[in-house]
Design a protein around this ligand. Structure first.
Ligand code: ADP
Length: 701
């Protein structure tokens, strides 16, 4: 211990350390390190100094894993726990040498116990395998895997004596047969005979259970012809040929027969261990893979099912290669929280992703939906399908980045023939498919439904229109009916008047009397009209606090289709705050609809090139709220502007001239007033009405 390479391990580890001397440790050409149960180095031999570039003095007493930065795929704590329970562990660890070089070291750890059976220390032998080339590493890995497989699968092992078979092959070759392969293929009987010439020397327990024997003797001492069904005989022949060619081993998957005649799928391996070669003994390993075969078959079946589903679903499906998108997303959003808002993702970035992402499979329904002549026509970058609505993909990316399980929305896609199609688009983000680099998107054609909805909307606005006309029609009829009676009376009185006047001696008293009746009948007619007007204003009036903003905006919805059809731009501007008024929703909406329809008609008449209707809700100084409706139509004729609110005043051929009169009745009944004029810039008409705000009305009451 004079050179200081070994620590003080005298106490506590009796029997453990004592077997080791400096000389022995240094004689070993592999690195040998002993550490105590706290992980501190107690022995560090010369080979360790060379391997890690650290003198023993620098290593002793230090914690080994800290010193060398030991790394493994699994946590060190797990490995050490396994070591404690199993006594040994071997594997490959990453370490750092003193000069900073990264090393791969194959280590074998052995736990030593003291006399009392308590863990005393851990002896490590290590070999630097960093220098092994990739092929060697791979081979080592394969060997490692193979070893594990063998253990895990509990293989059935046979030891067989092939010496008689060797003699049979020898005499074949002596008789001039050069192509063993062909000979065996042409002479199956020879193969069966060779099987019978094999002598089973020994088998392990697994063979007994796997091949359905009850006693070892049923197999040992016999031949192997019984376990090769005719379709597997070539496997036996192949292994003979491999032996003749001096291959070390031969392995294949095949089917064997158990003693009870049942078939089993196996991995069949023959090897000729060096020490057995002279004796003509071979080792045969048989691993039952029936389960795995079933699993494979099940996988194939589910793959087939999935394929069928994919192909026959009445939903358009596309499978996308996600690798480009994954790469771009992980570069762009590395080391930062996911974006919260779709606007945080630039459209250019999305376009780039769309150009780099291709469809790799589509089903027939997708071809139909996207109007693709053939399947291949769709296996292109998906940019082609998202020209109209790249924002949908942006929202998809946002959902994916925020860990949502999927995303769907109603959107439009671009078919190959240039048409745009309304679809319900859905994508799920199952981690398995996404990480495999592919994902499936689905589209359901909803163009029929959208068309139907558009029709319903159009019908709604037509109904609103019709309702308005019907109401006016109804009013006109009742007015006509009511007014007809005084008018008839006026006509009768007028005719009598004329008769009295036409006499040679006109009776002026009668005429005066009749003229008085004419006046009072005319007054009655005017009264009827006023009553009808009031009736229109007060009908089902139901005053409740309402948001004027919502109410007006809702009214514009009735006419949405009309705006679209006539390509009229609607600019709606709401008042700040709740904008509460106490009003009858239907009636105020009737006013807004009337004003808007008039504006639409005026703009149509003026043939405005960019028709624009502006509706503004705003507070008015001290007296509640106002609604201003402006258009860029014909504007009002200054000569008749003062008569607009009169009943039956109209400048339209089909007009009734009652809309504005009703509007005024309604607004005045609500405690507000209505005004008409032209816009200050002279580009059209401007109508406005006020309503007291809800709070003000309550205060006034
Ligand atoms: P009608 O629409 O049946 O003519 P109204 O009482 O609604 O009855 O309108 C009366 C008249 O007011 C219309 O005929 C039209 O001359 C005029 N008018 C109403 N709104 C506008 C407008 N926005 N622009 C120009 N003129 C309008």
């Amino acid at each position: 211990m004079s050179d200081g390479r070994h620590g003080n391990r005298g106490c506590g580890h009796a029997g453990a350390g004592s077997a080791m001397t400096d000389d022995i440790a240094d004689l070993i050409s592999e690195s040998l390190i002993v550490r105590d149960m706290q992980g501190r180095v107690t022995i560090w031999n010369r080979a360790s100094e060379r391997l890690y570039g650290l003198p023993a003095a620098a290593a002793l007493g230090r914690r080994l894993h800290d010193l060398l930065g030991t790394r493994h795929l699994f946590a060190m704590a797990d490995i050490e726990a396994r070591l404690l329970s199993g006594g040994t562990w071997e594997g490959e660890v990453g370490r750092r040498a003193a000069d900073g070089r990264e090393l791969s070291v194959e280590v074998r750890w052995t736990l030593r116990r003291d006399a009392g059976g308590q863990p005393a220390d851990i002896v490590e032998t290590g070999r630097d395998i960093s220098a092994l080339n990739a092929l060697e590493q791979e081979t080592r890995l394969a060997a490692h895997r193979y070893r594990n497989l063998f253990q895990a699968m509990a293989a059935a092992f046979w030891e067989m004596d092939f010496s008689r078979v060797r003699m049979m092959i020898g005499s074949l070759m002596a008789s001039g047969v050069t192509d063993l392969h062909r000979y065996m293929a042409e002479n199956p009987d020879w193969v069966v005979e060779a099987m019978r010439a094999v002598l089973v020397i020994d088998v392990n327990d697994k063979v007994i259970s796997l091949f359905g024997a009850t006693r070892r003797e049923e197999i040992v001492g016999g031949h192997v012809a019984w376990c090769f069904p005719p379709q597997s005989r070539h496997v036996f022949a192949e292994s003979l040929i491999a032996a003749a060619r001096r291959q070390d081993r031969y392995a294949t998957e095949t089917t064997l027969t158990r003693l009870d005649g049942q078939s089993i799928d196996v991995l069949f391996t023959v090897c000729w261990p060096e020490e057995h070669k002279g004796r003509g003994h071979v080792l045969v390993g048989v691993i039952d893979i029936t389960e795995r075969k079933h699993a494979e078959e099940e996988t194939r079946r589910s793959e087939r099912r999935y394929r069928e589903l994919f192909n026959h679903m009445p939903v358009a499906l596309g499978q996308l290669d996600m690798r480009y998108m994954n790469d771009r997303l992980s570069v762009r959003f590395a080391n930062q929280p996911p974006p919260r808002n779709e606007m945080d993702i630039e459209l250019d970035f999305i376009q780039d992703i769309l150009r780099g992402t291709r469809a790799i499979e589509v089903n027939p329904e997708a071809q139909r939906l996207f109007r693709a002549p053939g399947r291949e026509d769709m296996l292109i970058p998906i940019e082609r399908f998202w020209r109209t609505r790249p924002e949908t993909v942006r929202r998809t990316v946002l959902a994916r980045l925020n860990g949502e399980p999927g995303y769907s929305e109603e959107t439009k896609v671009d078919a190959l023939d240039g048409t745009q199609i309304d679809v319900l688009y859905t994508v799920a983000f199952p981690p398995s498919t996404w990480e495999r680099g592919t994902n499936i998107v689905a589209f359901i054609d909803i163009s029929d439904r959208i068309a139907a909805l558009a029709k319903v909307e159009q019908m709604q606005s037509e109904l609103a229109h019709a309702g308005r006309v019907a109401m006016l029609g109804e009013m006109a009829a009742s007015i006509a009916h009511e007014v007809n009676q005084p008018l008839a009376a006026i006509a009768t009185s007028g005719a009598a008047c004329l008769r009295w006047l036409n006499r040679a001696q006109p009776d002026l008293d009668e005429v005066r009397d009749l003229a008085g009746r004419v006046v009072s009948d005319a007054q009655r007619a005017a009264g009827i009209i006023a009553r009808v007007r009031d009736m229109a204003a007060n009908r089902r009036a139901d005053h409740v606090p309402l948001s004027l903003n919502e109410l007006v905006e809702e009214a514009t919805h009735f006419l949405r289709n009309e705006f679209q059809a006539r390509q009229v731009e609607l600019r709606f501007s709401a008042a700040a705050g709740p904008a509460l008024v106490s009003a009858d929703r239907i009636q105020i909406q009737q006013v807004v609809v009337n004003l808007a329809v008039n504006a639409l008609q005026a703009m149509a008449e003026a043939k405005a090139s960019a028709p624009c209707l502006s509706i503004t809700v705003a507070p008015v100084a001290g007296s509640g709220l106002c609604v201003v409706v402006e258009d860029n139509g014909t504007g009002l004729d200054p000569g008749t502007a003062h008569r607009l609110f009169e009943s039956f005043f109209t400048t339209k051929r089909e007009g009734l001239g009652i809309g504005l009169a009703v509007c005024r009745s309604i607004i005045e009944a609500h405690g507000g007033n209505i005004e008409a004029g032209n816009r200050t810039d002279g580009q059209g008409a401007r109508f406005s009405f006020t309503l007291p705000s809800s709070a003000e009305k309550t205060a006034a009451n």
